[in-house]
Design a protein around this ligand. Structure first.
Ligand SMILES: [Zn+2]
Length: 250
């Protein structure tokens, strides 16, 4: 138990390091496998010692060992976050099929959040394959019914599509596909709750930033990371929140 917990935390750190590569290369349509990792500034090919998650960053003082260019906090942040998510998923789900599916989904959510935050896009290649994998998993495994997965693909997406068409701007087609992917993995209730939590947190943060004068009305805030945050909260605290939701509203 303890050994596996540490194992999945370290696996998460390593996967997080790979997710950084995906985040860096996917929007620029570069190959994810080739070439090997290199410094984006001086192009020096990185050695194994430069690629140890979090530690390399701390040891070199957030700088490239070869040219001294500073390295973004995004790298250790994504690594650590993936490690924590993997550990939390193991403690929450144990060694089940659902656990491995959640590792996949959580990884996708991290990549989507950072890419949407940086580029204001959500790559189709992730959401489309996510919808497919989520639905096929619902057929193979019994943690979610096929019907719930199917409704999950359709209902939240239609609702968000209607919202996107009525209130132009803010939300995009990427967000619509994102909630379809969430529904495929988690079912329609969890996907709807992710939208609900995401909107709530997003509005509070958006309005606060406007109040503080950090952004103004014209600035677009990507909605994707907030939906992803909502999904992460639902993955770990979904049952409790659904109970609470029905207790308050019904
Ligand atoms: Zn360099």
């Amino acid at each position: 138990m303890m050994f596996l917990a540490i194992y999945f935390f370290i696996l998460g750190l390593i996967v997080g390091s790979f997710l950084n590569v995906v985040i860096y290369r996917l929007p620029e349509e570069k190959s994810i496998i080739k070439p090997p990792s290199h410094c984006p500034h001086c192009n020096t090919r990185l050695k194994v010692i430069d690629l140890i998650p979090v530690l390399s960053f701390l040891i070199t003082g957030a700088k490239c060992r070869y040219c001294g260019a500073s390295i973004s906090w995004q790298y250790p942040f994504v690594e650590l976050l993936t490690g924590i998510f993997f550990l939390a998923a193991y403690l929450n789900f144990g060694l089940t099929a659902e656990f491995f599916l959640m590792l996949l989904l959580l990884s996708a959510l991290i990549v989507i959040s950072v890419i949407d935050y940086k580029y204001m896009i959500i790559p189709n290649v992730i959401t489309y394959s996510g919808i497919l994998i989520g639905f096929i998993s619902a057929i193979i495994f019994d943690y979610l019914s096929i019907f719930d997965s199917l409704l999950g693909i359709v209902i939240p997406a239609l609702i968000l599509l209607a919202v996107a068409l009525i209130f132009k701007g803010g939300m995009g087609m990427g967000d619509v596909k994102l909630v379809a992917m969430l529904g495929a993995f988690l079912g329609y209730k969890y996907s709807l709750m992710s939208i609900f939590i995401g909107s709530l947190v997003g509005s509070v943060i958006g309005l606060s930033l406007m109040g503080l004068g950090v952004i103004d009305r014209k600035d677009r805030i990507p909605f994707g990371p907030f939906i992803c945050l909502g999904a992460v909260i639902m993955i770990f605290f979904g049952e409790q929140l659904i109970d609470l939701y029905f207790a308050i509203f019904l």
